[in-house]
Design a binder for this molecule. Structure first.
Ligand code: USQ
Length: 383
């Protein structure tokens, strides 16, 4: 397949580009380095530096003998995006190209405006690139479990049957997100559903939970091929943050009561899920939605697991509840369905103690790079 990876410089984008290239697919890695820029502007640099995409593609070729083409440009620019699709006419488009941080989107007006314009603009341009140049291609779009929020009923896989006054219809499951970033993903889903219904696009929307991990098969050969690993309050996801805090000797930053429950998954399973979705395309005129996570944990449970893993490597990990910078329920019902990807053949990599210990050992080798000023939350949900 010819696969465009949009947002290929990201935590998920680069491992995905390598994953597909290693299997012999033709991969075009696309990015404008927006995340690197925001990370610099907000003092949120990752734990170790990663080479730019051209250099990583060269390293990958040297290690694995396979090519990854690189295109640097802004997908929010309609003409640039249209030319990209005209040039490559992909079979599959993996769309990660969004500002991915909830805290960044809540930092102030400039950041909110950028998140809105960038995320929705890119999705709109990608849709039109496909309609104009490859209308039969399959769009695999990264959404988020955060689109659903934390409703007091079970979360279905994208859709819900509604019965009303003796009649019934299937609708998109209600969405009520807790940050502007998550809300842009809700709006993306609506936009996709419109273009699927009226123009017959072929789309898989992946509602993904927070991801953790550093290891992927293709990066084993060379550390410079590892994903950019954030532990700061802006880009770092909670498990990755807790593991770095454990090494730094900083008490784990449980926000509020710590009863916040989410569905988590290993980075390796993101690759497996995107692979399964890409190799089993949605039908034309179908918006297929998968809830992409493998296990549900509360923040307190995560802290306990990191504490136990730390003990195994001789760390005395402390846990401390701090005032929650976010507006979110800290004690709530959460029961989300996620069977679609298992039915396609997903074999989950669970969060075992061994997995956490291996991550701790890798982080330990970069201990001198940990900057404690990036750890405590710097953005509050003020609205
Ligand atoms: N949390 C803490 N302490 C911390 C950091 C986070 O208690 O130091 C809590 C948060 O308050 C939240 C939970 O842990 O309740 C998850 O936070 P997170 O920062 O790992 O995840 P989130 O901001 O929701 O965003 C991340 C990704 C985002 C993706 C989302 C999936 O950055 O791109 O869409 O996970 S989900 O959470 O299911 O919406």
């Amino acid at each position: 397949m010819r696969i465009l990876i949009l947002g290929a410089d990201g935590y998920l984008g680069w491992p995905t580009a390598m994953h597909f290239a290693a299997q012999g697919h033709e991969v075009i890695a696309v990015d404008n380095y927006l995340r690197r820029l925001i990370a610099q502007q907000t003092s949120s640099e990752p734990l170790f530096e990663t080479p730019n995409l051209d250099d990583r593609a060269k390293l990958f070729k040297a290690e694995h003998g396979k090519s990854i083409d690189v295109e640097i440009g802004d997908l929010a620019d309609l003409r640039w995006c249209d030319n990209l699709f005209a040039k490559h006419k992909p079979d599959v488009v993996v769309h990660y190209a969004e500002q991915p941080s909830a805290p960044y989107s809540m930092r102030g007006l400039d950041e909110a405006e950028m998140t809105m314009k960038n995320n929705l603009g890119v999705t709109f341009n990608v849709i039109w690139g496909m309609l104009n140049h490859c209308p039969d291609a399959h769009l695999v779009k990264l959404g988020t479990m955060g689109e659903y929020g934390t409703p007091n009923i079970d979360i279905e896989e994208g859709w819900i049957d509604v019965e009303h006054k003796g009649r019934s219809q299937k609708f998109l499951y209600p969405r009520q997100a807790g940050s502007l970033y998550h809300t842009t993903k809700v709006l993306d889903t609506d936009l996709l559903w419109f273009y699927v219904r009226l123009y017959g696009l072929r789309v898989t929307d992946l509602m993904q939970g927070p991801v953790y991990g550093l290891e992927t098969a293709e990066a084993e050969a060379n550390e410079c091929l590892m994903p950019n690993f954030h532990y700061d309050d802006i880009f770092g996801t909670v498990v990755n943050r807790f593991l770095v805090q454990a090494i730094a000797g900083v008490p784990l930053t449980v926000y509020g009561k710590g009863g916040q429950t989410r569905g988590y998954l290993n980075l390796k399973d993101t690759l497996n899920c995107v692979d399964l979705a890409s190799n089993n395309a949605a039908d034309k005129g179908e918006l297929r939605i998968f809830n992409q996570f493998t296990e549900q944990f509360s923040v307190n449970e995560l802290a306990d697991r990191v504490h136990a893993a730390g003990k195994r490597v001789g760390l005395d990990v402390k846990v401390k509840s701090i005032p929650n910078p976010r507006k979110e329920l800290e004690d709530h019902y959460y029961n989300a369905k996620s069977t679609g990807l298992l039915e396609l053949g997903l074999k989950p990599n669970f969060m075992t103690e061994d997995v956490l210990v291996r991550m701790l050992e890798t982080i330990m080798s970069h201990k001198d790079r940990i900057d404690e000023s990036k750890i405590l939350p710097r953005v509050k949900w003020n609205g």
